[in-house]
Design a protein around this ligand. Structure first.
Ligand code: GTR
Length: 442
């Protein structure tokens, strides 16, 4: 094993498990008083220096900011060729009558044997009309989110992990339900939402050569043998997969396509943010503990840094993002501008107290610094100046909380997300524990 691969393997063992005891690697800053002084680029100033004064101006500025993120951070994604190609695998009652479980296989290219993914959708069996849905990737396979024996086990490359039933990079029956603690399936269904999920490795295997087996290899510009420096990275490919899944949800009459929430944890939280930013059809975006390259401000250099993430995960961003290794101030964007790209749509950022690697305060601050863009739309974003105390959700159009505990997805997080979505979708919560979150007063 080459040293580089060894580093990647170690990093994966440390972090991908996502246990509540996430290591805080040494040699990085975890001290607020040592955060360097920096100036954030202003979302409301055009590249030519003129100010953004209205919603109409912002629409033009938004296009500039989006293009900056494509060119400098996540890369430019091509338009997928061919129409939506879907195969229904199954549709039947599940979870003791609580849900209808539907599984469909969706192609990402016009080649039937090219990259494709399985979308698992649970919807409330009792629903009388189209329901809102939460769509998000999982780390080890659809079958890991619930012990339900009817979930198809994927055949894609998977990171070896006995506790998730992965042997020789293949998923096995032993992994069924192994990640159920992260997926509040019953809670989501009882609250009247559908849950749609995809194994992210179906869309692109998460390692440096994974692009060869993903849509990225199918869409290489003629004459190229690898992606160009401003082409999409893996996060861009994953985002495209979620957009394709939304294309499909739009054809499913049991789902309200105007109320699809994109959700993700950690690297998949970076992905949900980029998805919500680049595809405005998503009604709400949720980032759970997304950290560096997600919600956290890069210029703070608190916990994980741009250099570190580009070194250990060279495939996530575009190659040009390497320019900002130990050079964050030269980057024309920072992550508050990514959050601002959601405006005026609601977005929720969640941190965890012990997840200092992801820089909880930096995650909060990117929400706070997106507020001026929401104000243009006469909306309150997070609406508070300081990071709130533990387990105290705040915010109106930008939700935020820092939960007790570590780098994880807990039922507490799901409760806040469902309350937030209920409030923005104008739904009256019917289930216990779904009390409305108090909006910040204008
Ligand atoms: C870590 C990485 C984080 C986060 C995490 C995860 O190794 O440094 O940025 O993405 O992985 O996805 O679990």
């Amino acid at each position: 094993m080459r040293f580089h691969s060894f580093l990647i393997a170690i990093a994966c063992v440390l972090f991908l498990g996502g246990s509540s005891v996430v290591a805080q690697p040494k040699g990085f800053n975890y001290d607020e008083s040592k955060v360097p002084k920096f100036e954030l680029p202003d979302s409301l100033i055009f590249d030519d220096g003129s100010p953004v004064k209205s919603v109409a101006d912002w629409k033009k500025r938004r296009a500039e900011v989006l293009q900056l993120f494509r060119d400098h951070v996540y890369g430019n994604a091509p338009k997928l060729r061919g129409g939506l190609k879907v195969k229904l695998l199954s549709e039947e009652e599940a979870l003791d009558g609580l849900a209808i479980r539907k599984q469909v296989r969706i192609q990402l290219t016009d080649k039937p044997y090219g990259p494709r993914f399985d979308l698992l959708i649970y919807r409330p069996a009792a629903a009388k009309k189209a329901v809102p849905a939460i769509l998000g990737y999982n780390f080890y396979g659809n079958h890991t989110i619930h012990p339900d024996p009817g979930i198809v086990i994927h055949q894609s490359w998977s990171r070896n992990d006995k506790s998730k039933g992965v042997v020789n990079n293949r998923a096995t029956e032993a992994g069924r339900g192994s990640r159920q603690s992260r997926w509040a399936v019953e809670m989501i269904l009882k609250r009247g939402y559908a849950l749609a999920t995809i194994y992210y490795g179906d869309v692109e295997p998460d390692h440096k050569d994974g692009w060869e087996d993903s849509t990225r290899s199918y869409y290489l510009a003629p004459g190229r043998s690898k992606p160009a420096p401003t082409d999409w990275g893996a996060i861009g490919a994953w985002a495209t997969g979620l957009s394709r899944a939304l294309d499909y949800l739009g054809t499913d009459r049991s789902i309200n396509e105007k109320q699809v929430v994109v959700f993700g944890h950690s690297r998949l939280g970076k992905t949900s943010l980029w998805t919500g930013a680049s595809d405005e059809r998503f009604a709400i975006t949720i980032s759970n503990n997304s950290g560096c390259g997600g919600a956290a401000l890069s210029r703070r250099r608190f916990g994980e840094t741009v250099k570190r993430i580009n070194t250990v995960f060279p495939h996530w961003f575009n190659d040009r993002f390497n320019r900002y290794n130990e050079n964050e101030n030269d980057c024309p964007v920072d992550q508050h501008m990514l959050v601002a790209l959601m405006a005026p749509r609601p977005v929720y950022i969640a941190s965890a107290e012990e997840d200092r690697w992801a820089d909880p305060n930096g995650e909060f601050l990117s929400g706070k610094h997106a507020d001026p863009v929401y104000a243009l739309f006469d909306k309150v974003g997070v609406g508070v100046d300081k990071q709130p105390g533990l387990d105290q959700p705040v915010g109106d159009t930008i939700g935020y909380h820092v939960r007790t505990g570590g780098h994880e997805v807990k039922d507490y997080d799901w409760e806040q997300y469902l309350n937030f979505a209920d409030r923005h979708f104008g739904r009256t919560p019917k289930e216990p524990g779904s009390t409305k979150m108090k909006p910040v007063k204008k």
